[in-house]
Design a protein around this ligand. Structure first.
Ligand SMILES: Nc1ncnc2c1ncn2[C@@H]1O[C@H](COP(=O)(O)OP(=O)(O)OP(=O)(O)O)[C@@H](O)[C@H]1O
Length: 315
């Protein structure tokens, strides 16, 4: 770690490879502007770096962590707010500015801010986080925090494919859409037993299951339009096994979050959910747009666990 001591309470953590080329240029300019103020700036050097940088900054006096990057970087920073003993600095605040390909968490944050009509942005609120215990691809159990959405089935496969082809020619939210369509043509379904708040909801044949703290994933797809960041609950949205052509017909409504009357999408609100695979092949899991492993997984809500500033409206 190259920072001997954090002398300023504001620390900017920026991912130099997040987002499209244009976004990167725009946000690098914003980071340079932030650097003119009393803020320390760290550029991440690879996966996991943002977690270590955040922990180090908080343990050394930083009280505002500004994140420039996508949902993956944000997830790493959120995990840096915690260690084995819990919250490192309960009075510290996170300010996510966006700057990634999807930046779906910031979308929800802005929307919630608009709905509550909170003026110019930058207001502070305490939000819930998800604690996810899951299975790695080599069979170990691990746990980490997430703030946006955990999804299994199609979502898990889409993110795995996206990560394998990050140098794609198609960038931005369009890359998510193109990958969803490509994966839908070959991906069939998964069988998953769902246990919600200790109640067995039975085995579901799913295309996708999203466990949502926030509303959007996959670059603007509003899968959980009723989710709120501070309600102490998870919105579980189940997409049944449904023919590809039917999905294509409804795709516009699903993206816009107008899917409450579609017979093959069901949702329920819980505090804890366990997803158990009922097949020998892996059911892939993604957290905040990062491929982490597979089911079985248990996701619990941790209410009011993180202070967040709404991003200013001009970023
Ligand atoms: N210097 C670096 N070089 C390569 N990868 C990095 C570096 N710093 C961070 N990363 C990794 O880059 C990955 C992508 O970051 P991030 O998710 O923020 O961007 P994105 O994929 O463009 O945005 P989104 O997830 O919102 O679509 C993360 O897995 C992160 O660990």
């Amino acid at each position: 770690m190259n920072h001997a001591r954090v002398l300023t309470p504001t620390h900017v953590i920026a991912n130099p490879v997040a987002g499209s080329r244009n976004e990167r240029r725009r946000f690098q300019h914003i980071v340079r502007q932030l650097g003119r103020g009393p803020a320390l700036i760290s550029w991440t050097r690879g996966p996991g770096d943002a977690t270590a940088l955040t922990r180090y900054a908080l343990r050394n006096g930083a009280r505002l962590i500004v994140v420039v990057g996508g949902d993956g970087t944000l997830n790493e920073v959120v995990n840096g707010f915690f260690d084995e003993e819990g919250r490192i600095a309960p009075d510290a605040t996170l300010l996510p500015l966006g700057g990634g390909t999807g930046s779906d968490f910031v979308r929800t944050l802005r929307k919630c801010g608009d709905e509550k009509d909170v003026g110019t942005g930058m207001e502070r609120c305490a939000i819930d986080v998800m604690r996810v215990s899951y299975t790695t691809m080599d069979g170990r159990r691990e746990a980490r925090y997430a703030v946006n959405i955990a999804s299994a089935g199609l979502g898990g496969i889409v993110v795995r494919n996206l990560q394998a082809s990050r140098s794609n020619l198609v960038h931005g939210p369009l890359s998510y859409f193109a990958t969803i369509i490509r994966c839908l043509q070959t991906y069939d379904h998964d069988d998953v037993r769902i246990v919600a708040d200790g109640r067995d909801l039975g085995v579901h044949r799913i295309r996708n299951i999203a466990v949502a703290n926030a509303r959007y994933f996959a670059g603007g797809l509003q899968i959980a339009p009723s989710a709120a960041l501070d309600d102490g609950c998870l919105d579980v949205v189940i997409l049944d096994d449904v023919p590809f052509r039917r999905l294509l017909r409804d795709v516009r409504n699903i993206y816009a979050g107008h899917h409450s009357d579609l017979p093959y999408i069901h949702s329920t609100r819980v505090r804890s959910v366990t997803l158990l695979p009922q097949q020998s092949s892996p059911v892939f899991l993604e957290l905040d747009g990062e491929s982490v492993g597979c089911l079985p997984a248990t996701i619990d809500i941790v209410p009011s666990a993180l202070n967040v500033h709404l991003p200013p409206r001009n970023t």
